[in-house]
Design a protein around this ligand. Structure first.
Ligand SMILES: [Zn+2]
Length: 709
């Protein structure tokens, strides 16, 4: 689902509450009035939101960093010989105060922010980055880690402990802990330059995107927009003190208004503004920056001992190598582009029938696709929504599916303090009657909430620390007027199932070490349980249990269900093709070796798309290199393929259920035991294959997404 892809990137759907080095509490250096000072006395150590004030976060987080650094120093300076316990487990135990304060802060600052929290966030960002570096590049600490690592085969550790040892060691090596002092100095220089370039990229792109807005004094040019869209455009112009109307750009290549604008010249102009936004040859042109950044990343990879940036980045991912990710995409490209080609033919037929006398261009796609969609499916939201009342979807759909699969139950807890009155809290009760987790949901849209939907945790579960999961889902569903039912769209239903899939992954975590716990796994695995869980939304036994008219309780009529099922995959060809094109661009930039010369981005991009059979003018990549911020200024370099990879896992995984009788406790229990409870305690490819009985393929993805001929 595109929406989720977007949401994940924009909002950071998974924010890890635990730093990669979770740590210990203690220290009485700051006031008892600060509620983070002591572990929460509430059930499940839930955050005491009734006592936490905005001004408590920063001092608690700063004290938490100082405390963890002191703990790390003590480990590094220990006079006893390094052992697994006095080094690795001691590190696992460090930083408790930091984790506690940071988890609450991240939750609230994303879902219910205000200017004070925003300024705390800016103040903390560089400090938190420096904090991680000072641990990763602590020479004495790494010597101890390496010493224990060398003896690992003789230590007779249990598998999870051995995994912790390897993951921690790899993480330090990955960050450059193994380099000579001279090389580390060089690495720091490259890191600094990279971070400056990324930040310049981000500044320029922001300005370029702002300047790329389409504006016109002529209302007729905007024919097709609704009154609400027109007044938004007039307001946008006004707020920039401009005449007429203005349509701001969003970060993707395609723009939402392109579906409505009926004047072709306007569509073309808006599209060209989007496509060329960062390539105008002015002060906001990003091409020189990305060319240098790609080169610098390749040089850094070489310094760290890898053939390319992608090889360095993928080492700890499920795919492991760029070749695996590239091979996956190679298999997907012909399928996706063939489907997009069939969609293009449908659209061209509409253009021709309307005597358009032109060949389909990217700026025409959404406008005519919308007409095809209406003609083919005639799916009306007003007809559907009365069958999807939010609380009913939650309790009789999302929770119901989890009860059928995993035997867990839910009871609302009104006694747990929340950060905002719309938030609801449920205790999750395990099969054996014991408390499993606390689950918060915060579904309604607010102006002070980040866009999209996401899951995270206030408390990450671990047996070592005796912690049970406290997890939450956040979304932006429309809030009804007081006394009215919350009727939502089918897309919103899918969002709820998706986020709850993450929540299950978090709450089922049955691991000893915080570092290996819950949703910590890699980018190319973490969206598997969530997208997998989406499948149950349309599963008949689940669907018929929740899709009932809010007034009459009547089941949704079959004809309507059929329409939903058919419309679900509409536009999948375009969506997949633009995604895989972006993912290929990302990967092609990042498999460049250090020896490659500085690239001309336009030439490089053209060749990369041609080489991967994705040079399709009417289906441009979702992001062009020059405004692909995920890969240049956030953590997704050489990682964009992960969205598609996890779709493959979700569908391939669901196929297993399909082959084994679908929704049942036996199937659910097996999945919980072998996958959802395991966190990162085993290499993820192996973990998946052991459960699935084979490596994943795109076959099921083709079937469920209607990609076959
Ligand atoms: Zn997700």
């Amino acid at each position: 689902m595109m929406k989720h892809v977007n949401a994940l990137i924009v909002a950071g759907m998974i924010t890890l509450p635990l730093s990669s080095l979770p740590c210990r509490a203690g220290a009485a250096e700051f006031g008892a009035a600060n509620p983070f000072f002591a572990p929460s006395a509430l059930p499940f150590h839930a955050p005491p939101f009734d006592r936490i004030k905005d001004e408590d976060y920063q001092p608690a987080i700063e004290a938490g960093m100082a405390e963890q650094l002191a703990e790390i120093e003590r480990i590094a300076d220990d006079s006893a010989a390094p052992t697994f316990v006095n080094t690795f487990i001691a590190m696992e135990r460090s930083g408790r105060l930091l984790d506690r304060a940071l988890a609450s802060f991240r939750g609230v600052s994303q879902a219910d922010t205000n200017p004070a929290l925003q300024s705390t966030k800016s103040a903390l960002a560089p400090k938190l980055a420096a904090h991680q570096d000072s641990i990763h590049l602590n020479k004495k600490l790494f010597e101890r880690i390496a010493a224990v690592y060398k003896q690992r085969t003789t230590l007779k550790l249990d598998p999870e402990s051995l995994r912790l040892l390897e993951v921690t060691y790899d993480e330090f090596v990955h960050a450059g802990a193994n380099l000579s002092e001279e090389d580390q100095a060089q690495l720091k220089k490259l890191n600094e330059e990279a971070s400056t370039l990324s930040s310049d990229f981000s500044t320029r792109l922001l300005e370029a995107t702002k300047n790329g807005a389409y504006s016109t004094p002529d209302r007729a040019a905007l024919a097709g927009l609704s009154d609400a869209q027109l007044s938004a455009a007039a307001q946008a112009a006004q707020s920039r003190k401009a005449e007429g109307y203005l349509i701001p750009l969003q970060n993707t290549t395609q723009q939402p208004s392109l579906a409505s604008l009926s004047v072709r010249a306007t569509r073309e102009a808006l599209f060209q503004n989007s496509w060329g936004r960062a390539e105008r040859g002015d002060a906001n042109d990003t091409r020189a920056i990305i060319a240098r950044l790609a080169q610098l990343r390749a040089q850094r990879a070489k310094l760290l001992g890898y053939p390319s940036h992608a090889a360095w980045k993928l080492e700890d991912q499920m795919a492991k190598t760029p070749q695996a990710a590239l091979g996956f995409m190679d298999a997907l490209v012909p399928v996706a582009t063939a489907k997009a080609g069939r969609e293009a033919a449908d659209i061209q037929a509409v253009i021709d029938a309307q005597k358009g006398a032109f060949a389909l261009q990217p700026w025409d796609w959404n406008f005519y696709a919308e007409q095809v969609r209406k003609a083919k499916y005639d799916l009306n939201d007003a007809e559907i929504k009365p069958y999807f009342e939010l609380n009913n979807v939650l309790e009789n759909g999302v929770f119901y599916a989890a009860t059928q699969l995993y035997g867990i139950h839910f009871t609302e807890r009104k006694d747990i303090p929340v950060y905002q009155p719309d938030v609801r809290v449920f205790e999750v009760i395990d099969v054996d009657g014991r408390p499993l987790a606390l689950f918060y949901c915060d579904y309604f849209k607010r102006d002070n909430k980040n866009g999209g939907a996401w899951m995270s945790a206030f408390v990450g579960p671990s047996k070592l620390m005796g912690d049970i999961a406290v997890v939450y889902n956040v979304a932006n569903l429309p809030k009804p007027a007081a006394g009215e039912p919350a009727l939502i769209s089918f897309d919103d239903v899918i969002t709820m199932f998706h986020e709850f899939g993450h929540a299950l992954h978090g709450m089922f975590a049955d691991t000893r070490y915080p570092t290996l716990s819950g949703t910590t796994p890699q980018r190319d695995f973490v969206e598997f349980p969530s997208q997998f869980n989406e499948h149950w939304a349309l599963y008949p036994a689940v669907f018929n249990h929740y899709a009932r008219h809010y007034k009459t309780g009547a089941l949704m009529p079959d004809a309507l269900v059929e329409k939903i099922k058919k419309a679900k995959n509409f536009g999948e060809g375009y969506a997949l093709t633009e995604l895989v094109a972006a993912a290929e661009l990302d990967m092609q930039w990042h498999v460049l070796p250090a020896s490659a010369p500085l690239q001309d981005p336009d030439v490089f991009e053209k060749q990369a798309l041609e080489k991967t059979h994705l040079a399709i003018p009417e289906v441009p990549p979702r992001y062009r290199s020059s405004y692909f911020s995920h890969i240049w200024d956030s953590g997704y370099s050489a990682g964009y393929y992960a969205y598609l990879w996890t779709q493959m896992l979700a569908d391939d995984g669901y196929q297993w259920f399909d082959d084994h009788g679908g929704l049942s406790r036996a199937n659910g229990d097996r999945f919980r035991k072998m996958v959802l409870s395991r966190g990162n305690t085993e290499e993820l490819g192996k973990l998946y294959e052991t459960w699935r009985g084979k490596p994943p393929t795109i076959d099921a993805m083709m079937k469920y997404r209607d990609l076959r001929q």
